[in-house]
Design a protein around this ligand. Structure first.
Ligand SMILES: CNc1nc2c(CCNCC3CCCC3)c3nc(N)[nH]c(=O)c3cc2[nH]1
Ligand SMILES: [Zn+2]
Length: 371
């Protein structure tokens, strides 16, 4: 269980194709993981996610602890039963969310004293708390409780947070007892190459079945994110999965794969879906634009998803203008399909040795906007 089988490596770039074995199924990598913060990928039912080809979805410790509460999910038999998703689930540790959502009262080496963004109730969140909650949720992959800093940050702040994250990773591992759940470490170090190396050495020396690359996609320019990945790909164990947290745009996924990343998550496909921004094979469009009022072609003529086979831009634009719920559902559906199919195409190109050409063609078409 939790072994990572490497199936192919690109001889020109750092790209690799593999399989990660979990109790709820084998994850074929590279993989895009839809985000389901509150035990639902917004506006999508599990059977629709299966139809789209989603292999694994994410949920969140911070949110589910606050509402409905970890005990209710545990009494339901865990997240898989509660939300009727019987494939792999990854839960984030709450480290990122507590710093970005809660009212922070005190942050010490012990943990984070905070107030809920929902009802202002006071809580102490720390590695032991995060492990207790994730073990109750019963995800297949849990994440260490870490401290993710915003961007920009001083090197001193980054160094302090890195050392704290290492201590918290040790405490997370000591408090993690569930055998049928993998615990991934998380590497920090902000945008400083030497700190990135140090964090990678610290976290990999503690030893985990997989590793998150944290502290990125927090506002830094993409070339800096890529520089950090260039450093990390040479200091992370090749036989363990690498999960770039919170990424990302189509071009960021392809460029991340080229630098040895195996797993990605991002709220964009569903968040953009709710605002009408749609990924298409030539870039992005916003379906609410007047230009689509009489456009009776699919969102993306080269897409074979349910939405593109049944509806036109004019119809979906009408749904948005009329405030219809179906608008968000259809665009989320197409966006998720787009990213999942993109990763399937990337994986196929690595397996058949054509990834460099795939990458070149994709970046030309998507002109690497990745913003
Ligand atoms: C968007 N950019 C970004 N996201 C980051 C995230 C969150 C990834 N997405 C998790 C899902 C969202 C809701 C359910 C789980 C990060 N998480 C952690 N623990 N540490 C990071 O450094 C960390 C860094 C991140 N950067
Ligand atoms: Zn489509």
């Amino acid at each position: 269980m939790f072994e990572f089988r490497l199936q192919a490596q690109c001889p020109v770039t750092g790209a690799r194709a593999g399989e990660f074995v979990t109790p709820h199924g084998v994850i074929k990598t590279p993989v895009f993981m839809p985000v389901g913060t509150q035990a639902t990928v917004k506006a999508m039912a599990p059977f629709e996610l299966e139809e789209i080809g989603a292999q694994i979805i994410l949920s969140n410790t911070y949110h589910l602890y606050l509402r409905p509460g970890a005990d209710i999910v545990e009494e339901a038999g865990g997240l898989h039963s509660f939300m009727d998703w019987h494939h792999p689930i990854l839960t984030d540790s709450g480290g990122f969310q507590v710093f970005s959502l809660a009212t922070l009262n005190r942050v010490t080496d012990e943990g984070v004293e905070c107030q809920s963004h929902i009802d202002g109730s006071r809580h102490m969140m720390d590695p032991e708390w995060s492990m207790e909650v994730q073990q109750k949720l019963g995800s297949d992959i849990a994440m260490c409780f870490d401290q993710c800093l915003h961007y920009p940050t001083t090197k001193e702040e980054a160094e302090t947070a890195l050392a704290r994250t290492t201590r918290w990773a040790r405490r997370s591992k000591d408090a993690h007892t569930r055998e049928d759940q993998a615990l991934f470490g998380i590497i920090q170090g902000s945008v400083y190459e030497d700190l990135r190396r140090r964090s990678a050495e610290d976290i990999t020396s503690i030893g985990f079945p997989g590793y998150g690359i944290g502290g990125l996609s927090v506002g830094e320019p993409h070339h800096i994110m890529y520089e950090m990945l260039d450093v990390l790909q040479h200091v992370m164990p090749f036989d363990k999965p690498r999960y770039l947290m919170g990424v990302g745009h189509p071009s960021n996924l392809v460029e991340g794969v080229a630098r040895g990343v195996d797993m990605f998550d991002c709220v964009l496909p569903t968040r953009n879906g709710r605002t009408g921004t749609v990924f298409v094979s030539t870039g992005r469009i916003n379906i609410k634009n007047q230009v689509y009022a009489r456009d009776f072609t699919p969102l993306d003529p080269s897409c074979d998803c349910y939405v593109c086979r049944h509806f036109t831009k004019a119809y979906i634009r009408h749904l948005y203008k009329a405030g219809e719920i179906l608008a968000a559902r259809l665009c989320s559906w197409h966006n998720l399909h787009f990213l999942i199919k993109l990763m399937e195409g990337v994986r196929e190109s690595i397996l058949n040795g054509t990834f460099p050409a795939f990458r070149k063609n994709f970046i030309e078409v998507f002109h690497g906007e990745g913003d």
